[in-house]
Ligand binder design. Sequence first.
Ligand code: ZN
Ligand code: ZN
Length: 341
Amino acid sequence: MKTTFRPRLLNGPTGDPALLLALRWQGRALLLDLGRIDRTPAAVLLPIEAVFVSHAHMDHFMGFDQLLRLFLARDMTLRLYGPQGLADCVAGKLAGYTWNLTDEYAFVLEVTEISARETVRWRFAARRRFAREPLGSPMPFGGTVLADPIFTVEAAPLDHKIVSMAYAVTERTHLNVRADALAAAGLRAGPWLNALKRAVRAGADADTPVEVAPGNRRPLAALRDALLTVTPGQKVAYVVDTLFSPSNAAAIVRLAAGADLFFCEAPFLEEDLEQASRRYHLTARQAGALARAARVRRLQVFHFSPRYEGRYGDILAEAEAEFAGVDARYVELEPGGAALP
Ligand SMILES: [Zn+2]
Ligand SMILES: [Zn+2]
């Protein structure tokens, strides 16, 4: 399957969290978390147009300055998404510098704070010396924070003693027209094919009439089945810094369900379970169990504690074994197992 996203942990699985999702052929990229990025070449960072921050602990947000420095003189809007309080953190960082020579700059930061039921937006414009300004009125939040023509981004707040936001980025379904089938049906390509794709994407009724030529209408389902190949889009889920609690586990399984690739933190080994829980983090085994319960295709654990240096292989093995269900410990997460509250 040709996928649009090219995911890459900028600091590998052991460094600060920063997951780049480059959109193939688009010259666009998203960034999940903003840990240190100073060793990443500018050319890799320049396509970033939106950053999804889990929370503002230092290892997840200290790359902000670097990105700002890189983007400051550019004519663009950089969008930041994150939990409530993110705009305060951004304002605090901006207040640490002097902005008397940026009046000509077109660069704008737009911050969207995600809370349980609504999203609130703020704007920080270079030409206004990064003064904080409210942007529009709060919008109801029902799980999706960004709907792009190519992908959607969902967010789920998790408990890390503060909110840590988890994200899932899902490419929209690919609909390709089979040229041979089009010719065989005696039809000509035209704008009606886009109307057909839009109707299929919107889940329109099977008998919805689609005009294939002036005065010639055919039912949607027949056209779809004969002419289109439908390929589900790729889904990437991202979970960091979270307690293994029933409500967090339920939220993670829901968000990551069926993901092609699941990036999940695994700072601790199960042998240090007590410490992991005390610090509101997952163990590798728990990451594996969540991946299994969410029926993801592939698990990539990361954000390892440096205490395991030299034993990172153990983290990977523990997560993989639980993911595969070998000697599974967290069976209560299985679909059909004990209900999660
Ligand atoms: Zn944290
Ligand atoms: Zn962290």
